[in-house]
Structures are given as C-alpha cells and as structure tokens.
Design a protein around this ligand. Structure first.
Ligand code: AMP
Ligand code: MG
Length: 483
C-alpha cells in the first residue's frame, strides 16, 4: 500500500501543530472500507483491504511519506471562546492528490491522546464513528459538500463513556482541516505573522486565484462567506441540523465537518433541535444562517490585522464583507427552495411562496422531506394527498396560480422537483436502529441503509421503507455528540 503523500501543512511553522504519531491499538479490525471513495481518490481498494491497510487505519503503522501531526486551533463553543482546542483525538497523516489534481487530507479520528486532549481520552467509539460514516455518505449523495469516511476500524480496546463501548477509529477524507477556529487561535495570540502564513496557505491551497486579487485576504474572507452562504442554504434544503456549529467545526473549505449530534428533521418545525447539549436551541434548524454569520464575524475579526493597517478601516472592511452574508445566503436559499417548489422562473413572490408552504407544513405537522417530494407528484398530477383540508390544502391554489404563470410543462417541472427533493434522507430512527445493530455485530441493516442513501433521489421499491417517518414510539428525541 503506497500513498503519494505531499504534506504541505507539515511545512508550516512548528507552532501550527504538534508532531506525533497515532497511539497504537491492541486489536484492530476493519469494519468498513469505502470502496467508492477509495476509487475516486485513485487508491486501489484491494491494497487498502490488507493487514497493512488495517494497520494504517488503526494508527498502528504510519505509512511511508506521512508526517503525522495534530493541528492547533481555538474556537467559540456555544458562544464562549476557548483559546486552545486543537486535535485532541485526531491526527492528520498527510495529504494526497486525487486523479483530478484535488488535494485531500487523510485524517484519523479517535487515534489517541495528543497535546491538545485536555481531559479527554483521545478516543472515539464505534457508534458515533459509524454515524459520521453514514451521514457523510448521505450528504455526499445529496450533493452537499462534506468530509467523508474512507474506513472504520475497531480497536479491540474499550472506551469508557456512559457505559463501556467498543473503541473505533475513523479515517476521514477532507479537502482541508483549517477551521474558523484555526484563525482564531493565532488571532487570540496576536501572532500576526502566523495569521498571514495561515491565510497565505489557505489561499494557495484552496483559492489560488485570489492571490492575484487586489486585497487577497479580503478576497479570502469573501470566498469563505460565499461558501458558507451556499452550504447553509443546502443544509436547510434537506432539513439538516448540524447540531454543533461551533467555530472549530466550521471549515474554511465550505465542507460540512464534524458530524456529532447532527440530525435530519422529520416533521417540519423551524425551531427543531435534537442535540442533547444544545439546551437553548442556539443551533436549531432555522437558526443556522444566523449562527453561520456569527461564526463568520469571528473569522472576520481574526483577520482584521490582515485587512488594513488602520484598525478602524480594517473594521469597516470586515463589516462590509460580513454584511454580504445574509443577502448571499438568501439568494442561495431562494435558489434551493425555488427548485424544491418547482418554481422555474424567478418572480417577486418567490420568498412568499416558500414561506407559505413552510408555514403550512408547520401548521399541519407535516413531514418535511415527504411533503416536498409529494408536491412534485402533485405538480405531475400523480398525487392526490391534501385533498381533505388542512393548511397545505389551503395553500395549494396559490401555488397552482403561480405555476400557471410559468411556461414549463408539468412533466418538466416534476422532473426538476424530483432532483431537488430527495425521496430518502438518513432518518434518525433508521440511523439509530442501524447503528445499534452494527454495534451489536449485525451489519445487515447498516449496509442496507447505506445502499439506499447512495441514491436518495430515486424511489425504488427498496427505498420505500426508508421514506417512512418514525412511528410515535420510534421518534428520536435527542442525539448525542458521543465524544
Ligand atoms: P468536537 O465537539 O468533537 O468537535 O470536539 C471539540 C474539541 O474537543 C476538539 O478539540 C476535540 O479534539 C476535543 N475532543 C473531543 N472528544 C475528545 C476526546 N475523547 N479526547 C480528547 N479530545 C477530545
Ligand atoms: Mg470538532
């Protein structure tokens, strides 16, 4: 097994990270290998599915060319600044380049203690690790920028949480692991040289064209704002709730990262929260745009020394940049939801149409995913639900009147709506059931779930059971970060 590493992060100054190898484990076993991802990275899955591959995924062997390190970062957790977080249970092995020339980090999560572990054991357990695998694959199939898991191994060692659990390590693939919190780390130390180094690094790696901009650091801030505006709009479009949008969990690349207590909404309600640690609903479904903006203010603040020598001018520049977030988010949101509602043209009442349908969903306690999917069938003339009253039924004539003002045919519209409204999402009750079975050694439900989630826009017979909302006794009330 050879990986052509080219480790640019390890070329950055020493205080950006701590160099150390993952901590070996007693009894590694391969639980999952993501063959499709391996192939897309230009890796040979058969070479990964070997004792040597297992040793690498477990952290027992550092592959040739890797320069393992734990990244330093800070972060605002639930609004409170923590000047030092960092990879407390993760190791960046190094970077590889896929056949298209895109660079990816190979990162082990759950790989043992590091200088950033604070009180933690540096470990992860199988349930949350498989959860990250499943949700990452679902997000990818739904077209949402995301980190993905290449492999899951169990360690043969116990991990102590609320009970004794099987330890596991996730091999994560990401375009990068620089977070808003990485900038905050150096800003808090007033280490302006490091800030500049980090910004230059990110520009060179992710936004090379910006090096030619008149103000490259402002252009970088602007690019990150744009990526987040787009990402959050896409999250809302599939009913995704990240659950822990702390600044250390917001990637500069615009990928969804750090799947903890995240969840997909069943019944639509804008204030939906699942995370057990989010007691005040800070990271509720409809709060996510505001929180993204809040996080971007932290990023902008960290970049102030790079934006202008004059602090007041820097502040003005930063403020102007951050002020573009909401309008950009709203544009992206309109685009996502126009497609979901089958609105082919842009018209003045689009926002009203969207808000009207969502309000009707809330009033009827309707399922978010299934209602949008059904609306496409209503547009196609194949669906007669909502004919017996309720808020959605009352809203439909308005929508029909709007559609009548457009030229698209019902078939065209329905086809577009089927591409905008997934039939299948990783419903919490299904995910939990599959993970519980897998932790108990039965991988059949998990593999079946993964197969269906790989084609979320289709509605084949094997998809049908996964489109069902939970029965009252199946409703997942809370999700846990499982750290
Ligand atoms: P998270 O909530 O998983 O994004 O983690 C927040 C911070 O806590 C990061 O710095 C993690 O590296 C650290 N952390 C989480 N769990 C552990 C653990 N079991 N051991 C050490 N550090 C951890
Ligand atoms: Mg994190």
């Amino acid at each position: 097994m050879t990986l052509a590493f080219d480790n640019t992060y390890a070329r950055l100054p020493d205080h950006f990270y701590a160099r150390l190898a993952p901590v070996p484990v007693a009894g590694p076993r391969l639980v999952k290998l993501n063959t499709a991802l391996a192939l897309s990275l230009g890796l040979d899955p058969t070479a990964l599915d070997t004792p040597e591959g297992l040793a690498v995924f477990a952290g027992n062997q550092v592959p040739a060319g890797a320069e393992p390190l734990a990244m330093a970062y800070a972060g605002h957790q639930f609004g409170h600044f923590v000047p030092q977080l960092g990879d407390g249970r993760a190791i960046l092995l190094g970077e590889i380049t896929d056949p298209q020339g895109t660079r990816f980090d190979i990162h082990l999560k759950g790989s043992g203690r590091t200088p950033f572990s604070r009180g933690g054991d540096g470990r992860a357990w199988l349930g949350p690790v498989l959860r990250e695998y499943v949700i990452g694959e679902a997000m990818h199939a739904l077209g949402i920028p995301t980190t993905r898991a290449l492999a899951v191994v169990t360690t043969g060692e116990p991990v102590y949480r609320e009970a004794t659990r099987p330890g596991a390590v996730l091999t994560r693939i990401a375009r990068g692991h620089v977070r808003v919190g990485t900038f905050e780390y150096f800003a808090a130390r007033e280490d302006h040289a490091a800030l500049r180094r980090l910004a230059d690094y990110v520009i060179a790696r992710h936004d090379p064209a910006l090096a030619e901009a008149e103000q490259p650091y402002l252009a970088l801030l602007d690019a990150v704002i744009g990526r987040q505006a787009d990402l959050i709009a896409r999250w809302l479009g599939i009913g995704f709730i990240h659950g822990v949008m702390n600044t250390d969990n917001m990637s500069i690349t615009g990928e969804t990262i750090d799947y903890g207590p995240c969840a997909f909404m069943d019944t639509y309600h804008p204030e939906t929260v699942y995370s057990s640690i989010d007691r005040h609903g800070r990271y509720a479904y409809a709060n996510q745009p505001r929180i993204a903006q809040w996080n971007l203010v932290s990023l902008a603040q960290s970049l102030l020394p790079l934006l202008d020598e004059d602090p007041e001018r820097a502040l003005d520049i930063a403020q102007t940049a951050v002020d573009t977030f909401m309008p950009r988010f709203e544009q992206a949101y309109l685009a996502v939801f126009r497609a979901k509602l089958g609105l082919m043209d842009e018209q003045a009442d689009d926002a009203e149409q969207i808000a009207g349908f969502l309000a009707a969903l809330a009033a009827d306690n309707a399922d978010f995913t299934n209602s949008f999917r059904a609306l496409g069938e209503v547009a196609a003339g194949n669906e007669t639900r909502w004919s017996d009253g309720g808020a959605i039924a009352a809203w439909l004539p308005d929508w029909r009147a709007r559609l009548a003002r457009e030229t698209a045919s019902p078939a065209e519209r329905a086809a577009r709506m089927r591409r905008a409204n997934p039939a299948v999402i990783p419903r919490n009750h299904r995910v939990e059931a599959a993970l519980n079975a897998a932790v108990d050694g039965d991988h059949v439900p998990l593999d079946a779930l993964l197969r269906v989630l790989a084609s979320p826009w289709e509605m084949r017979p094997e998809h049908a059971p996964y489109t069902q909302p939970p029965q009252p006794h199946e409703v997942v009330q809370q999700t846990f970060c499982g750290t």
